[in-house]
Structure formats: structure tokens, C-alpha cells
Write a protein that binds this ligand. Structure first.
Ligand SMILES: CC(C)(COP(=O)(O)OP(=O)(O)OC[C@H]1O[C@@H](n2cnc3c(N)ncnc32)[C@H](O)[C@@H]1OP(=O)(O)O)[C@@H](O)C(=O)NCCC(=O)NCCS
Length: 143
């Protein structure tokens, strides 16, 4: 997906709510995702063209090689269990394979996300023993 109408933004907003009750979609951020060359938003649509699922793949290159992460895989509750989650992850993997480069692809999921963990294992992702750390960095205020 490379551009987003207001209606599509509202559909993405609904999916973000499914992902996290504490997160709200932000138009500026979605536009940034769509504009950036190293992040790619994939969507699943129903027969009416409405967005009912999405995932984002982010690519980065570091001294150990080319890496990609698959982030925020989500399908509307009423459409779950119909194969869309698998298709979204596969679309992200197919995109990477089609770039002509090799990538180490990673993703994370809380243990409580039973469906997601089952999906990733079934798709061949191997669990890695590591600690995940997060920290927010706020913008420096210019005076
Ligand atoms: C995780 C999620 C994206 C999966 O999407 P989905 O469209 O329901 O999944 P699919 O129908 O493609 O199922 C794919 C596989 O996952 C497994 N799976 C799906 N739902 C499952 C469930 N409730 N329990 C156990 N396994 C499940 C199935 O075994 C299935 O394998 P199969 O194709 O061999 O039958 C979806 O459940 C979701 O949006 N969950 C809420 C948000 C979330 O947790 N996102 C992950 C963030 S890391």
C-alpha cells in the first residue's frame, strides 16, 4: 500500500485498536510508514475492498547483514481464522524474497498471543532466546 484515503485510515485505525487498547493510529505516522522506502505496509481486503488485516515489514542493514522485521500483524476479529494472517505474513516474506536480496527476518509476539505464536511457528519461525528491551525517547525541545 503506498497511499491511504481517509476511509482507509479509519480502517487501519480500527485494526490498531485490535492490536492494542493503549495505542491510537495517527495519520502522520501512517503517512510516514507509506512514504518510507524501508517500511512496507501490506493490507488484506474483503470483497467490498475494505481493509480487514494488515502487517508492516521494515528493512534495515547493519554490519551483520540485511535484516527485516514483520510488525503489527493483525486481522479484524470477525475475519480471523480464515487464513488472512498467514497470507499477510507470506506476502511480507514474498516481498522480501522478490527484492533479490537475502534477509534475516525477525518478529516478536507476547506469549499470551496464542494465535500469533501458533501462526509464526507454523510458518517456520524459530523461537530465539533473547531479552527484549524497550525505552521511549522523546524529542529534544528546541529553544
Ligand atoms: C494473529 C492473527 C493475525 C492471526 O490471523 P488469522 O487470520 O486469524 O490467522 P489464520 O487464519 O491465517 O491462521 C493461521 C494459523 O494460525 C493458527 N491459529 C489461528 N488462530 C488460532 C488460535 N485462535 N489458536 C491457535 N492457533 C491459531 C492456526 O493454526 C492457523 O494455522 P493453519 O493455517 O494451519 O490452520 C489474528 O489472530 C489477530 O489479529 N490477532 C490479534 C492481534 C495479534 O495478536 N497480532 C499479533 C501481534 S504479534
Amino acid at each position: 500500500m503506498t497511499s491511504c484515503s481517509d476511509a482507509e485510515f479509519r480502517e487501519i485505525e480500527a485494526l490498531v485498536e485490535v492490536l492494542s487498547s493503549s495505542c491510537r493510529a495517527n495519520r502522520e505516522i501512517i503517512d510516514e510508514v507509506l512514504a518510507k522506502e524501508d517500511s512496507h505496509l501490506f493490507v488484506a481486503r474483503n470483497q467490498e475492498g475494505r481493509i480487514v488485516g494488515m502487517t508492516t515489514v521494515c528493512c534495515f542493514t547493519i554490519p551483520t547483514g540485511r535484516h527485516a522485521t514483520i510488525e503489527d500483524v493483525v486481522v479484524l476479529p470477525e475475519c480471523q481464522g480464515t487464513g488472512l494472517g498467514r497470507k499477510l505474513v507470506q506476502a511480507a516474506l514474498d516481498y522480501l524474497a522478490g527484492t533479490g536480496q537475502s534477509y534475516k527476518v525477525g518478529l516478536t509476539s507476547k506469549p499470551a498471543r496464542v494465535a500469533a505464536n501458533a501462526l509464526y511457528r507454523k510458518m517456520g519461525f524459530m523461537q530465539k532466546e533473547t531479552n527484549v528491551y524497550v525505552k521511549s525517547v522523546e524529542q529534544t525541545k528546541l529553544v
